[in-house]
Ligand binder design. Structure first.
Ligand SMILES: Nc1ncnc2c1ncn2[C@@H]1O[C@H](COP(=O)(O)OP(=O)(O)OP(=O)(O)O)[C@@H](O)[C@H]1O
Length: 859
C-alpha cells in the first residue's frame, strides 16, 4: 500500500492527497498534520515508515464536502484518489491480499469548484491564466461554475490592474515567467501555446474557426491554451462547462488599478469582508446570479455612453413602475440558479435536483417572458434580452414530464423519474409495489399460521427481508416442517427465512435494480438534452441576471432617493447633493443624518483643493464622488439629487500613507509608487482623488511633494481632481494655477467644543482644529494644553518668517520649469539633427563630441 500511496502522493504534487479507504478519505504524513490543524480533527498514526510512526487523519466520505470547503478556504488544493475497482474485483485479480487499484480522479482547487456547497452564491468564482507573447500579456478567465470565458490582451504594466479587476480565486501562469504574479500557480510553459489553445477551443465548441466568437490574438489563445490545459489537469481529462469565449477589448472598461479598487472598497471593505463595501450598500439583487453580475459591473464600469444609457434606461423603467418591479423581483426570487446548475450538469457532477432547477428556472423565465412581452414601449436593452428568456419550451416540457416535482440530490436511490414518463419503469415499480404489499400480507398470514402475534417481517441491508420472532416463540418456527429456515439468533429474538418471502423479496430486488437502471438511462438522456442546449441556457441565465441587476438598482434608487445620472462627453463633474452610500448607511444605523454636498468640476475649474479639520468629512467627500462616477458608468442610479458626469476613462484613488506593510514596503514608499502611477497614467478624461498625499514623510518633504504633485496634476495631467490636504500652504497654488480652486469642510467651535458640520464650502480652511479634534478624541487635557503652547510658539515663528511656504510664490510653475529644461534639450537635439555622421572624419567626430558635451554641461 505504501508504494501505491507514495506514487499517488508524488503525482499530487503540492496538493493534499485524499486517499480513499472504504468509507473514509485518509491523509498521511505532512498532509495529515496540515489538514488536522486546519480542520481541527484528531491526528493519529498508522504503521511505520522509515522507523517512525506515520501521522494520519481522515474524514468520512459522506461529509467530505464540508471538510473540502474548509481546506479550500484555507488556501489548500486537494487531490482526490478514489478506489477505481471494487475489493471483489481486486481479489479476483490478485488473490486475497491484492490491493484495490486507486487513481487520482480529480483535483479540487479554489478556481475549479462547481459544488453548490463549496461556492458562494453571490460571488463569481474565477480561474485565470496569464502568459506573455512578444511583449504583450494574454489573460484567459473563466467561471467554471457557469462556464463564462473571457480573453483579453494588455501590456505587461497593465497586468496587475487587469488581475485586480478579475479578482480570481486561482491564477495559473508559465513557470519562470518574468512577470509571474504573486500567488500564481506555475505550470509548464509549453502548456501556454496559442496553436494548442486555438485547437482546443475549436474542438470544444465544434467549430472550424473561432471567427464567429470574435477576433482573438495569438497571445489570448496562448493564455486560453494554458487555462484549458490546467482544467484538463485538475479534471483529469474531464472538462467542465466552457461557453464560447468572449473578447474583452482593452479599454472597454473604466480603468482602475489595484490600489484604487482597494481604497474605494468596491467589493470588499478595508477589513476584508463584504460588509462595509460599496457592493454591500447597493446590492438589492434577489438572485445569486444577479449579485454576481452586479459585482462584475462594479468591477468593470463601462466606457461606452450608448451602453451606459441602455442600462440606465432599463433601471429607469423599473424605477418608475414599482408594481411591475415588485412583481418581477418576486418571480426572480423564486428562481433557482440555473447558470450554476448547468455548470454542474455539464461537468458531469449534476444531480436530479439540478435538472429540476433547470426545469423550474427555464419555466420561470418563460413565464416572465410572456408577462414582459405584452408591455408597451420596452427599453431597448430589455427587447434585446427578452428572446433569451423564451425558446426552451421543448426542454422544459421534457423535464417536466420526466421528473418528479422535487427531485433528490442523490441518484443512487432512484425515485426521481416521474410516473407516467416511462411505461416500462412504471410496470417495474408496480411489480415492486405489489411484492411489497404481498410481503405485508405474508406477515399476517405467518402470524395466523404460527399463532405468534409478535411475528414481524423486517428488512436490513445485510439480510434483506426476514421473519423475526421473540426468542420464546421461536420453537414453532424451528420445527423441521415449519416452512421456515433459521438465519440468525439475536439477544431475545430469532430470525428466519421463508420460501414465499424469499420469492417476493427477489422480485423487489430485481425490479428495483431494473428500475434504477432505467432511471439512470433517463437521467443520461436528460443530461444530454441539457448539454445540447447549454449555450442557450447560459444566455437565459445571463438575461435573468441582467434583469435582476436592473430591478435591484431600481429598488435601491427608490429606497434611497437616488437619481439617474446624465453621462456627457465634456470633462465635467457636476454633482448636486451627493452622498456616500456606505457612510450614509452606517450613519443611518445610529439615526444620524448624512450631509449631502455638491461637486462642480469643469475644464475651467478642474482641481479642487480641500482643506479643513480632521474628521471633517474630506475623505468621505472625495470617495463619494469617485463612487458616484463608478456607479453611473456601471449603469446605476446614483446617491445624489442630480449628477452630470463627463465620461471618465481612468479612475484613481490614493490615500496618503495607507498601510500596506504586507507587501514589505514602507507606507510612504507605497504612497509614492501609487502617486507616480497617477502622474504617468492620468489623462484629461481621468478623475483622480488624492487624499493627503505627502503626509507620510517629514513636513517639508511632504509639503514639497504635495505641492509638486498638485501642480503636475494641474499642468500636465489636466484631469479632474479632488485633492484633500492639511497643508494650508498649498492654498497659495491658487495664485498661479487658474483651474484650481480652494474649498474646505466646515467646522465651528462652540462654547469650547468642536462642531464638525461636514459641509463643504468655498475658500481655504481658516485653521486646523487639530487640537480640538485631539480633545474630542480624549487626549488628556494636560497634553492638549501643552500642545497649545507649542502651537502658539510655532505660529509666532511662522508669522515672522512667512511660514513653511515662504518664497514659494517666486517659483516658476511646474510646466514653466519643465519648459526651461526642455529648451536646452531642444538646442542639442537641433544640432544633432543637423549632423551628417557619414561625412565626419574620426577626428571631427571626436571634436564634435567634446563640443556637445561642453554645451550640455554649460546649460
Ligand atoms: N457628509 C457627511 N455627513 C455626515 N457625516 C459625515 C459626513 N462626512 C463624514 N462624516 C462623518 O465624519 C467621519 C470622518 O469623515 P472623514 O474620514 O471623511 O474625515 P476626514 O476629513 O477625511 O478626516 P481626516 O483628515 O482625519 O482623515 C466619517 O466617518 C463620518 O462618520
Amino acid at each position: 500500500m505504501m508504494a501505491q500511496y507514495l506514487a499517488l502522493r508524488e503525482e499530487a504534487g503540492d496538493c493534499l492527497l485524499f486517499y480513499r479507504m472504504g468509507d473514509f478519505f485518509e491523509l498521511f504524513f505532512d498532509d495529515a498534520k496540515k489538514a488536522a490543524a486546519i480542520l481541527d480533527i484528531s491526528l493519529t498514526s498508522r504503521g511505520e515508515h522509515a522507523g517512525a510512526p506515520i501521522p494520519m487523519c481522515g474524514v468520512p466520505v459522506h461529509s467530505a464536502e464540508s471538510y473540502l470547503a474548509r481546506l479550500i478556504r484555507a488556501g489548500c488544493r486537494v487531490a482526490i484518489a478514489e478506489q477505481t475497482e471494487s475489493p471483489a474485483k481486486a481479489k479476483k485479480r490478485g488473490g486475497s491480499k491484492a490491493l484495490v487499484a486507486r487513481d487520482i480522479v480529480r483535483f479540487v482547487t479554489a478556481g475549479t469548484l462547481t459544488e453548490e456547497a463549496l461556492l458562494e452564491p453571490r460571488r463569481a468564482n474565477i480561474l485565470a491564466a496569464a502568459c506573455e507573447l512578444r511583449g504583450q500579456v494574454g489573460i484567459a478567465a473563466c467561471d467554471i461554475s457557469t462556464g463564462r470565458m473571457e480573453l483579453e490582451e494588455c501590456a505587461p504594466d497593465r497586468l496587475a490592474a487587469a488581475l485586480a479587476r478579475l479578482g480570481a480565486s486561482e491564477l495559473v501562469a508559465p513557470e519562470g515567467w518574468e512577470h509571474l504574479p504573486d500567488d500564481a500557480i506555475e505550470r509548464p510553459a509549453r502548456e501556454f501555446a496559442s496553436d494548442a489553445g486555438e485547437a482546443r477551443l475549436k474542438a470544444i465548441h465544434s467549430v472550424a474557426t473561432l471567427d464567429g466568437f470574435g477576433v482573438f490574438s495569438r497571445t489570448m489563445l496562448a493564455a486560453a491554451g494554458g487555462l484549458i490545459a490546467y482544467l484538463d489537469h485538475v479534471g483529469r481529462g474531464k472538462l467542465p462547462l466552457l461557453l464560447p469565449p468572449e473578447v474583452r477589448a482593452s479599454g472597454a472598461a473604466l480603468a482602475m488599478d489595484e490600489a484604487t479598487r482597494a481604497s474605494l472598497e468596491i467589493l470588499q471593505s478595508a477589513q476584508g469582508g463584504r460588509k462595509g463595501s460599496l457592493i454591500d450598500a447597493v446590492d438589492r439583487c434577489v438572485t445569486g446570479a444577479g449579485a454576481r453580475q452586479l459585482a462584475e459591473d462594479l468591477s468593470a464600469p463601462l466606457l461606452d455612453r450608448q451602453q451606459i444609457a441602455e442600462r440606465l434606461e432599463l433601471v429607469g423603467w423599473l424605477h418608475e413602475d414599482a408594481l411591475l418591479r415588485e412583481d418581477l423581483r418576486a418571480s426572480l426570487r423564486s428562481m433557482p440558479d440555473i447558470g450554476r446548475a448547468l455548470g454542474r450538469v455539464v461537468a458531469g457532477r449534476g444531480s436530479p435536483r439540478d435538472l429540476g432547477q433547470l426545469r423550474d428556472g427555464l419555466g420561470g423565465a418563460r413565464t416572465l417572458h410572456e408577462r414582459l412581452v405584452r408591455k408597451d414601449e420596452l427599453p431597448v436593452l430589455l427587447t434585446r434580452l427578452l428572446p433569451a428568456l423564451a425558446g426552451h419550451g421543448a426542454l422544459v416540457d421534457l423535464l417536466s414530464r420526466a421528473l418528479v416535482p422535487a427531485p433528490p440530490t442523490e441518484r443512487n436511490q432512484g425515485g426521481y423519474i416521474a410516473e407516467g414518463y416511462d411505461g416500462a419503469l412504471d410496470e417495474l415499480r408496480r411489480t415492486a409495489g405489489n411484492a411489497r404489499r404481498a410481503i405485508a400480507a405474508l406477515e399476517a398470514k405467518y402470524r395466523e399460521e404460527t399463532g405468534v402475534a409478535a411475528l414481524k417481517i423486517k428488512h436490513n441491508n445485510v439480510l434483506g427481508y426476514f421473519v423475526e420472532v421473540p426468542q420464546r416463540h421461536s420453537d414453532k418456527l424451528l420445527l423441521p416442517d415449519s416452512g421456515f429456515t433459521h438465519r440468525q439468533t439475536m439477544a431475545g429474538a430469532m430470525r428466519f427465512n421463508a420460501l414465499a418471502l424469499h420469492e417476493e423479496a427477489s422480485r423487489i430486488t430485481e425490479a428495483g435494480a431494473h428500475s434504477l437502471a432505467a432511471e439512470e438511462a433517463h437521467f443520461e438522456e436528460l443530461v444530454t438534452a441539457v448539454v445540447e442546449a447549454r449555450n442557450a441556457i447560459a444566455a437565459t441565465a445571463a438575461a435573468l441576471a441582467r434583469i435582476d441587476v436592473a430591478a435591484g438598482q431600481a429598488e435601491r434608487a427608490a429606497e434611497g432617493g437616488w437619481s439617474r445620472p446624465e453621462i456627457v462627453e465634456e470633462p465635467c463633474l457636476s454633482i448636486e447633493g451627493g452622498r456616500h452610500p456606505v457612510v450614509e448607511a452606517a450613519l443611518a444605523v445610529q439615526s444620524d443624518r448624512f450631509v449631502a454636498n455638491d461637486c462642480r468640476l469643469s475644464p475651467q475649474d478642474r482641481l479642487w483643493l480641500i482643506g479643513g479639520p480632521n474628521m471633517g468629512g474630506k475623505s468621505t467627500f472625495l470617495r463619494q464622488n469617485a463612487l458616484i462616477v463608478l456607479l453611473a458608468q456601471a449603469g446605476s442610479f446614483v446617491p445624489a439629487q442630480s449628477a452630470r458626469i463627463g465620461l471618465v476613462d481612468r479612475l484613481f484613488s490614493r490615500v496618503g500613507a495607507s498601510d500596506n506593510l504586507a507587501r514589505g514596503r514602507s507606507t510612504f514608499m507605497v504612497e509614492m509608487v501609487e502617486t507616480a502611477a497617477i502622474l504617468s497614467q492620468a489623462t484629461e478624461r481621468s478623475f483622480v482623488i488624492l487624499d493627503e498625499v505627502g503626509r507620510g514623510t517629514s513636513t517639508y518633504d511632504g509639503l514639497a511633494l504635495a505641492w509638486a504633485v498638485a501642480e503636475a496634476v494641474h499642468e500636465t495631467n489636466r484631469c479632474r481632481c479632488l485633492f484633500a490636504t492639511h497643508y494650508h500652504e498649498l492654498a497659495r497654488l491658487a495664485e498661479t494655477c487658474d483651474a484650481l480652486s480652494l474649498h474646505h469642510v466646515r467646522a465651528r467651535e462652540w462654547k469650547g467644543e468642536l462642531v464638525l458640520l461636514h459641509e463643504l464650502a468655498e475658500g481655504p480652511a481658516d485653521r486646523s482644529y487639530g487640537l480640538a479634534v485631539a480633545r474630542l478624541a480624549g487626549v488628556p487635557a494636560k497634553v492638549v494644553s501643552r500642545a497649545k503652547s507649542v502651537l502658539d510658539k510655532l505660529e509666532k515663528g511662522r508669522a515672522e518668517t512667512g511660514g513653511l511656504a515662504a518664497g514659494l510664490g517666486d517659483l516658476p510653475l511646474f510646466a514653466a520649469a519643465e519648459a526651461a529644461r526642455e529648451e536646452v534639450c531642444d538646442i542639442l537635439r537641433e544640432r544633432l539633427k543637423g549632423i551628417d555622421v557619414d561625412a565626419l572624419s574620426p577626428r571631427e567626430a571626436l571634436d564634435l563630441l567634446y563640443e556637445l558635451k561642453l554645451q550640455a554641461v554649460a546649460e
